[in-house]
Design a protein around this ligand. Structure first.
Ligand SMILES: Cc1cc2nc3c(=O)[nH]c(=O)nc-3n(C[C@H](O)[C@H](O)[C@H](O)COP(=O)(O)OP(=O)(O)OC[C@H]3O[C@@H](n4cnc5c(N)ncnc54)[C@H](O)[C@@H]3O)c2cc1C
Length: 302
């Protein structure tokens, strides 16, 4: 369960005490504030705080005294222009602070995104909960035969049961030992900062993660992508849904130019021009490597 009844009660209390403010309020984001969106078996993402909205991006771009808004269509056009031309600083004027609960092996991938501020739950100070990520049956997959950095079909029948049992037994055994090392009647007990080293990488941790919109979109571009590991992708997908409600125009432009768009090299562009003129271009005549050609064809003939 992602939240205990006590944690849910705290969130409900916060949501029942709205305050008046002169600050920018994004109605779509207000709906998400404090609410925990479940991810994986015990994880969640929730918005703790945010700053700015679509208009704040335009306000910064125009260095305006007022709200910066001209009209919705005018603002949307400006946001699309900024996104198209990689004018990133106006997007940095919006920020979001998230509370994320995630398995340690996912946190290791996530923390590689250096352009954010992080504060993690201290397993030196506190005792970790007995919560481990155990994949759902469709996520319990075999090693991919075509991609060294990926997975293939879901395991079936006895093999799935055997793997699941190992994962569950190991997690429980390690946690039992963790507890035993920390405190045994009549003994000193091992420090928490040392006892934790015996826990598997599927144990859950939590952190506050604050990031500006420009760097958040960069994170989402990489982690809400089919190449990203499923377990981090589901967090990125949950954040995408939140961002779409927070800054709808910026998110639409991001979907169009970044998620749905593609960058072409000058040799790839040259091939497109030759193809438009009716020339039959092959990998051999393209000047591209086999890998580049495969990716290029994936873009123009998906
Ligand atoms: C599908 C996938 C597979 C991956 N596989 C591996 C892997 O096998 N091994 C591995 O180690 N990593 C791997 N990574 C991590 C990847 O290499 C990046 O470290 C990670 O995606 C963070 O990207 P970033 O540096 O652009 O993000 P951020 O750290 O958020 O940085 C954003 C941008 O800021 C700039 N920047 C930030 N810090 C600096 C700096 N110190 N110097 C210069 N510019 C900076 C860069 O322009 C950077 O793109 C993988 C990532 C993905 C998405």
């Amino acid at each position: 369960m992602p939240l205990t009844p006590e944690q849910q009660a705290e969130i409900d209390t916060l949501r029942s005490q709205p305050q008046e403010t002169l600050r920018t309020v994004a109605p779509g984001m207000e709906r998400h504030l404090y609410t925990a969106h479940p991810v994986l078996d015990h994880g969640f993402v929730r918005v703790v705080d945010y700053m700015g909205d679509d208009a704040a991006i335009c306000q910064a771009a125009r260095v305006s005294y007022g709200k910066g808004t001209k009209s919705v269509s005018n603002d949307e056009g400006l946001i699309r222009y900024l996104m198209r031309h990689w004018h990133s600083t106006p997007f940095e004027m919006c920020e979001v602070k998230l509370h994320v609960k995630l398995p340690v092996f996912v946190a290791r991938q996530w923390i590689r995104h250096r352009t954010a501020n992080v504060n993690e739950y201290s397993a030196r100070y506190s005792i970790l909960d007995r919560e481990f990520y155990i994949p759902a049956p469709d996520a319990l997959a075999a090693q991919s035969t075509t991609n060294n950095q990926g997975r293939g079909e879901a395991l079936q029948g006895d093999e799935a049961q055997r793997v699941l049992r190992i994962l569950q037994d190991d997690a429980m055994r390690c946690y039992d030992h963790y507890e035993q090392m920390i405190s045994e009647d009549g003994q000193q007990g091992l420090a928490r900062e040392l006892a934790r080293m015996n826990l598997p990488a599927n144990v859950y941790t939590q952190w506050y993660w604050k990031v500006d919109l420009h760097n958040l979109l960069h994170f989402l571009r990489l982690r809400a992508d089919a190449h990203a590991q499923y377990e981090i992708r589901v967090y990125a997908d949950a954040i995408c849904a939140i961002v779409a409600d927070w800054v709808p125009a910026a998110y639409k432009a991001f979907e169009d130019y970044r998620m749905g768009g593609a960058t072409l090299s000058s040799s790839a562009l040259d091939c497109v021009r030759r193809m438009l003129k009716g020339e039959e271009v092959t990998q051999e005549s393209s000047g591209m490597s086999k890998g580049e050609w495969r990716e290029f064809m994936g873009v123009i003939e998906p």
